[in-house]
Structure formats: structure tokens, C-alpha cells
Design a binder for this molecule. Structure first.
Ligand SMILES: N[C@@H](CCC(=O)N[C@@H](CS)C(=O)NCC(=O)O)C(=O)O
Length: 397
């Protein structure tokens, strides 16, 4: 592994055009006011690491995703995505491979995690077969181009919903599956408890993320000086932090919990009681195919509704056989007169297949982030609205 580390001290000349705002007399056509050019020098310091090592176990298995090629225009019209997925007989899901609990690949090449289970939910909705998936690991920087070019059908990779990501990437978020916020992790013995204690610090952060932008906003607002050390992926970012090359590391709190669990000495690191931002995470699809948008969105909602109605991967068959609640029957395809699956271009029992394969939201959460996992995170606001949380599925009718 070679790393090239550069502290870039750049003098950037910013031309500022100052145009005098004058009122032009109606009678006398005035010559256009000449812009006055002023040049200001601004110093920008940034540490940028460009080559990143993968951990021994993941490196063996993780297929590396190349940056999105200049692909032919992706199919994007109504119904085209589902048609293409069925024709190739598999879903291509853009995922993370370096964040245990969310998206991770082990040394045998097996993917697991909360986001991975939503890829499986989609494959169950379409094929009733969770093995018909190709996982495409993507770094933060690669992810939007991969979706836009058609390299992947859906992006499910701890990605934060923002306005510009909805407008500028030819793509849309469909739902929030995990409500998060940005945090900061520091060594326990560093005596750092608040952002102000990081004045003059070097902070490890990943390129192409909301993390990088929020950190800049928050530190500027508090007038705290810091040097960002920027890396291409989580292994680079947290590897540098573990080696003591930065005073702190920042990302979504879920990412901090996850990556702390694979540090050599997790007990020696603390996540500060500070939240820098809102990070609603969820799947994203390309613009232009509303059927596919609906499929992804209602598959997520089916997992919320199943938890609300007490339907699990274990009891779904008996619920189908005996439950008389009309909405439950419609959701599970057990209503003789209503076929909600057909509205989405899916089979009548699509939601029952999803629940059988991955379970309801609570089961998905507990399997990956529950108290018995290494990446345990209390449910908090990721609880159903009926339990004081934010998860709420619109009606299945
Ligand atoms: N939610 C934020 C941050 C997501 C993100 O990429 N986090 C990093 C740090 S945990 C990550 O997942 N890295 C894994 C990788 O790039 O392979 C975003 O959407 O920009």
C-alpha cells in the first residue's frame, strides 16, 4: 500500500466583479457600467489522501467498482427498470462494503447489513428470490454517477437525502429507512468533550459526503480552526484515525458505531454527545421511471406496515390464513377483490414475499443493529410513529 499525503497550501485568486448599481436616466442611454475587478487572495489548506488500503478480509472478496463508465443512456422511462431487471434476471444494487451493520462484505464475499436487507427485500418483491442480486460496492464519490449512468438499478448505501442530491444527480430519494445525524469520535483519553475542544485539530473525513460539508459549516459557524484530512473510503478514513494521524474522525453516528466496532481497541474511543446535522438515509432511484420509484418506496413501506400490524417472517403465513383486518389482507395479497401488487407491476403476494424473506422493519433492524449485534444502536427515532418514532407507512389501499 502506498499513500501519498499532501498538505495543500493554495493561494487562490478570486476575481470579484463589483458592479455599481446606478439609476439610468430615462432619456440618456448610458454606456454599460464597467465591472471593477478586485483580486483577493485566500489561503486554503487541505490534506488529501488519494490511495487507500482495504482491510485484509474485505480486500480478498470485495469486487472493486470502477467509476461509472460513459455508459449508454440508462433505461429510465416508466416501467423500463423493472423490465430490464427481469430480462437480466437479477437486481443490481449499489451498496457499501465497508460499514458493518449497514453494508459489508466478508472474506467469503458475502454481503450483509441493514441496507443489504433492503436490496434483498426488493429482490423478494420482484423475483421472490433474494439470491437474484448483484451487489455493486461503491464509494461515496462513485455512487451518484453509478446510478445516473444505469450501472445500478438502485442505490442503497447510507446515503443522505438532501435537496441538491434530489435535483442534481438525475435521481430521487424514495423514503428514509434510517434517521441519523453526524457525530464525532475521539480517543477516550484525549479529554475532548465538545467541538470547541477541537480547535487546531486535524479531523479525518471522507470525500464526497455530506459529512465533509457539515463539518465545514459547523466549524465555520463556531469559528473553530481545523484541518480536514480527506480520504476516499471508510477504510482509509478510519485506518488513519486508528493510526493516530488525526485527532478525531467524523461521519454519520451509525457509521461511527459501526467502524468503532472494528477498531483494534473499541473501548478506547468515544462518540461525543454532539450532533452536527440531520442525516436521513435511504434508497435512491433514477429520475424518469415512476413505476420503479413506487416499487422501491412501497417495498420500504411494506416493512414499516408489517411491523405496525405485527406481521413477522415467522407468522406471515398464519396471518394470511386467518387475519381479517382489511388492510392486512390487502397488504398481503389475501383480499379476493383487490390486487395491490398489480398496481406496481408485481405479483399479488409481493409484500408477503418481502416479509417472509427479510421480515418487518423491526426484524431487519434487530438482525443488523439490535442489542445482540456488534453494531448495536438504540432504535430511538427509528421507531414506529406508534412508539414515538418517525416511521410511518401511508395506507395500503
Ligand atoms: N451519509 C453521508 C455519509 C455516507 C458515507 O459515505 N459514509 C462513509 C463513512 S462511514 C462510508 O460509508 N464509507 C464507505 C466507503 O466509501 O466505502 C452521505 O450520504 O454523504
Amino acid at each position: 500500500m502506498t499513500r501519498s499525503r499532501k498538505a495543500l497550501g493554495l493561494l487562490v485568486a478570486i476575481p470579484l466583479a463589483l458592479i455599481a448599481c446606478t439609476q439610468v436616466p430615462a432619456a440618456a442611454p448610458a454606456a454599460p457600467a464597467a465591472p471593477v475587478e478586485v483580486t483577493r487572495e485566500v489561503e486554503v489548506t487541505r490534506i488529501v489522501e488519494v490511495t487507500v488500503a482495504a482491510p485484509a478480509d474485505a480486500a480478498a472478496a470485495a469486487p472493486t467498482s470502477t467509476p461509472a463508465p460513459a455508459a449508454p443512456a440508462a433505461p429510465s422511462g416508466f416501467g423500463e427498470t423493472l423490465k430490464a431487471i427481469k430480462a437480466r434476471d437479477k437486481l443490481i444494487c449499489g451498496v457499501n462494503s465497508q460499514v458493518p451493520g449497514f453494508g459489508f462484505v466478508d472474506s467469503a464475499g458475502a454481503f450483509s447489513g441493514f441496507d443489504i436487507d433492503y436490496c434483498k427485500a426488493l429482490a423478494a418483491a420482484i423475483f421472490n428470490d433474494v439470491n437474484k442480486i448483484e451487489y455493486r460496492p461503491l464509494t461515496a464519490e462513485q455512487r451518484f454517477a453509478a446510478l445516473q449512468s444505469g450501472e445500478i438499478d438502485v442505490l442503497i448505501r447510507n446515503t443522505t437525502w438532501t435537496l441538491t442530491r434530489d435535483t442534481d444527480n438525475g435521481s430521487n430519494f424514495v423514503a428514509t429507512t434510517f434517521y441519523d445525524g453526524q457525530g464525532i469520535m475521539v480517543p477516550k483519553d484525549a479529554n475532548i468533550t465538545k467541538l470547541e475542544d477541537l480547535d487546531g485539530a486535524t479531523i479525518c473525513v471522507q470525500k464526497g459526503t455530506t459529512t465533509e460539508l457539515n463539518l465545514a459549516d459547523q466549524m465555520a459557524a463556531r469559528n473553530i480552526q481545523y484541518t480536514p484530512a480527506v480520504f476516499e473510503d471508510a477504510n482509509g478514513t478510519f485506518g488513519a484515525y486508528a493510526e493516530g494521524r488525526c485527532d478525531a474522525v467524523t461521519t454519520d453516528k451509525s457509521g461511527l458505531v459501526s467502524r468503532r466496532s472494528v477498531l483494534p481497541d473499541p473501548e478506547n474511543h468515544v462518540i461525543l454527545d454532539v450532533t452536527l446535522s440531520k442525516e436521513p438515509l435511504g434508497p435512491m432511484v433514477r429520475h424518469g421511471d415512476d413505476q420503479w420509484f413506487d416499487i422501491v418506496q412501497w417495498t420500504v413501506f411494506a416493512t414499516f406496515a408489517a411491523e405496525e400490524f405485527g406481521i413477522t417472517s415467522e407468522n406471515v403465513d398464519s396471518v394470511i390464513a386467518s387475519d381479517t383486518r382489511p388492510e392486512v389482507k390487502r397488504l398481503l395479497g389475501a383480499d379476493e377483490k383487490v390486487d395491490l401488487g398489480a398496481k406496481l407491476g408485481l405479483s399479488k403476494d409481493w409484500a408477503a414475499n418481502v416479509i417472509k424473506a427479510v421480515g418487518n422493519y423491526g426484524e431487519i433492524y434487530d438482525r443488523n443493529l439490535g442489542p445482540n449485534t456488534k453494531t448495536a444502536i438504540p432504535r430511538g427515532i427509528n421507531s414506529l410513529y406508534t412508539n414515538g418514532g418517525l416511521l410511518y407507512a401511508p395506507p395500503f389501499r
